[in-house]
Design a protein around this ligand. Sequence first.
Ligand SMILES: [Mg+2]
Length: 227
Amino acid sequence: MSDRSSSGGLAAVLWDMDGTLLDSEKLWDVSLEALAEHLGGTLSTEGREAMVGSNMAHSLTILFDDLGLSYTPADLSTAGDWLRAKTAELFDAGLVWRPGARAALDMVGRSGMPMALVTNTERYLTERALGTLGRDRFGAIVCGDEVKLGKPHPEPYEKAADLLGLRPADCLAIEDSSTGTAAAEAAGATVLVIPCAVPVPAGPRRVQRHSLEGLTLDELRAIWMPR
Ligand SMILES: [Mg+2]
């Protein structure tokens, strides 16, 4: 049963996937480094950090630039297919939850508050993660290839809120990256930031927390800021 009327305004939780719910940024580390090697180079730390939270197309341009390689759209497409296959293999071999993530999803789910999954990762790979995450938990799932402009643009969060029949401002987004946080903030949501791979700068509608462990519904309600 929905708890919306008594929640003091917070109507839904919008979850990022990679680095927030799943420790999948480590798997992306492996597949991106393998792709760099396949292309004859080595990915720099700065290059990898610039990709955290980004989508496939943007990450590939960062990678080619980082390796000092020129590229055509066909090169990007071929590299994308390679990266997709390699990452799928790693997702299938074993996804690991971020600390406290499964309990936090269970906790919000039990309250009846709607939840959405909002990821820059494409549907093809997201589908492989939904078995671990539990597809039925989410009232809406928005993937990177289902929007015109991925994070840091607000469109994925706007679309997810819309699919739940809400305004982004009614929602709390939970993110681990600067890119994702910028997207949720631009959409008008409050953001709970739980950094994973890279620190995230502070901001007026951002609250930082070390991990998802011990998170309660009361805390989520208290973090949410009306707009
Ligand atoms: Mg993320």
